[in-house]
Design a protein around this ligand. Sequence first.
Ligand SMILES: [Ca+2]
Ligand SMILES: [Ca+2]
Length: 260
Amino acid sequence: MNERRKRLMGLGPLLALGIGLGGCGQPPGEAAPLGTLTVALSNADAAYLYEVAVTGEDGFSVEHDIGVVQTGPTEQLVAQTFFTLAPGYYQVRADAGHGHGRPGPLCGSAQGEARVIAGQTAILTLISSCKSDAAGGLDVTIDPNGAPDWVTVGLAPSVLTPVCQNVTITLSANDPEGDPVTYSLDLTSSVHGAHPALSFSGNVGTFTADKNGPYGFTAQACDPYACSPFTFAITVTMTPADDADDDGLADACQPSDNPS
Ligand SMILES: [Ca+2]
Ligand SMILES: [Ca+2]
């Protein structure tokens, strides 16, 4: 580091006090006349420190870190700093948030060139363009949906039915919003050893069984968003005449079970 840089960097704390005061930073005892350069940042973001680097044609460089201050409750944000420099041309660069462990800045670097004249104050204003971090909009609409309401579950001829006789199951539901309704029907419990048969299409099912006992069903009526379940049972009855070989299965609807 050359002597001039050491000297200038040593002035940093003093010069920092010169923010906004213009060219009052003339160091005492300086043989060659110096000029001053005030660097102001426009559009700076108060969330960051700015590292302002000034580099001369001979490669000499000096840096200041500056924050953004507000000049009054209703005044604009201001960020500026003040350098005392030998006359000449300087490249000036300001970067947001570098070297301070802060998150990646939304503000881009700003660059410019300034000419410093002995005994005068040059003023350079850099524009720090910052991306907006304003909140985006999220419009949430809650549209309540009513699942279908059951109207009827028709069992014909009856909920109590003899073996080998078809029971027609007709499902009917209304949707509160008029959504299209689809149906399903499942046999959820059977009788041990029985051979139940269930077919279903649209909203109509046909059921038959060859052994007495209760058979459980679950029907679903669904709109495009939700389903309404309906559980019910059909009880199948059998008389001794239905099971001549007394094996527990109705002879009429189980051909392999016909008595010899
Ligand atoms: Ca609905
Ligand atoms: Ca039998």
